[in-house]
Design a protein around this ligand. Structure first.
Ligand code: PLP
Length: 225
């Protein structure tokens, strides 16, 4: 079987497990443009990348109707390069970052969609707002200062463990964050994305209310770093 055929089959297998209303970001980081092309030809339009240079290298050699989602840690000094090239930045982990996204989006005359990344995993290596910090952001309605950024929801990752009780607790904590924000700011509009779940845990994430899963390995195979 060709590599493209494998990608197509694995993509269809993943899609077959997702209930209606749950979207898929095919995470293509570290995989070549040809791999993206194979998934694109099978109908996939939303892809996830975690490095700015890699996204900017793939974008021009692939079809223009792809929605690129940025899912990696983003340094403020790289924001300007990314604006206008992404459908959504899922990994907003600080006030400094969202303010820079807003400033650069306004400058470019575009509105950038973002998700707030929340940190619940029991791993210090992961990024994101701590839940209390994020609640405070919304309680103080700091988003009202944004002119060119639309906060569409929350993204989060569970602890990397085989213990499904811990993973489920993390997903529930992420989902709870979103509900609490909706209680704090009942007037928020278009705040409906709950992005959680990766290759190893997305079925559980869906059970916990995920509306958007980010799946790489289960579609493209192991990454060569
Ligand atoms: C790499 C990555 C994924 C995909 O991980 P897989 O285990 O390959 O499915 C999902 N989300 C984020 C934030 C990532 O960095």
């Amino acid at each position: 079987m060709s590599e493209s055929e494998k990608i197509r089959q694995r993509l269809e297998a993943v899609l077959g497990t997702l209930p209606p209303g749950v979207g898929l970001v095919a995470v293509s980081k570290f995989h070549p443009a040809e791999a993206v092309r194979a998934a694109y030809d099978a109908g996939q339009r939303r892809f996830g990348e975690s490095r700015v240079q890699e996204l900017l290298a793939k974008e021009p050699v692939l079809p223009a109707d792809i929605d690129w989602h940025f899912i990696g840690h983003l340094q403020t000094n790289k924001v300007r390069q990314l604006i206008g090239h992404v459908a959504m930045i899922e990994s907003v982990d600080s006030q400094r970052l969202i303010d820079e996204i807003d400033r650069r989006s306004a400058e470019a005359g575009v509105v950038t969609k973002v998700l707030m990344q929340v940190h619940v995993a029991r791993e210090e290596t992961k990024f994101g707002w701590y839940p209390d910090e994020l609640m405070e952001y919304f309680r103080q309605r700091r988003f009202e200062a944004l002119r060119a950024t639309h906060i569409c929801g929350i993204m989060g990752m569970a602890t990397n463990t085989d213990d499904t009780a811990i993973v489920a607790a993390d997903f529930n904590a992420i989902a709870l964050c979103k509900r609490r924000i909706e209680e704090i700011c009942p007037d928020l509009r278009g705040f409906d994305v709950l992005s959680m779940g990766m290759s190893g845990d997305y079925p559980l994430a869906v059970k916990c209310g995920s509306t958007l899963v980010r799946v790489g390995t289960a579609i493209f195979g192991e990454r060569q770093y």
